[in-house]
Design a binder for this molecule. Sequence first.
Ligand code: SF4
Ligand code: SF4
Length: 129
Amino acid sequence: MSSVVKKDGFSYAFDASACATCEGRCCSGDSSYIYVNKNEIESISKLLDLDIRDFVNEYLFKKGYKYSIKEIKYNNSHECIFYDREINGCRIYEARPSQCITFPFWDYYKEKVDELKQECPGIIGSDND
Ligand code: SF4
Ligand code: SF4
């Protein structure tokens, strides 16, 4: 089965096979926000078998009226606290937030495909080529 994904409205495609060797570039790099909503907080807490309040205190921080997942420093970079270098994957994959599920098909990147290509080696083609 092909690992290439396309989505209506986007000029590029994504080859998910690139994730195997990429070392989680979308989970690391410059510090950023990984937002989680109420339902996602509940799902991740359940997956980790943690009380919601304990989960929030240990893994999240407040950004305005939203919650974001904490990051840790790695060399000169940052990475999501749930990124696991040993397995090259997400420790909460089954309950990862929508922001992670929908990457790399974010509206933000529709007009910034070159920027996206710098981040994600799985991006194929674009109207800008
Ligand atoms: S940056 Fe792209 S290729 Fe790398 S793990 Fe994320 S989605 Fe996969
Ligand atoms: S929650 Fe998982 S998929 Fe999302 S940034 Fe963190 S490690 Fe990556």
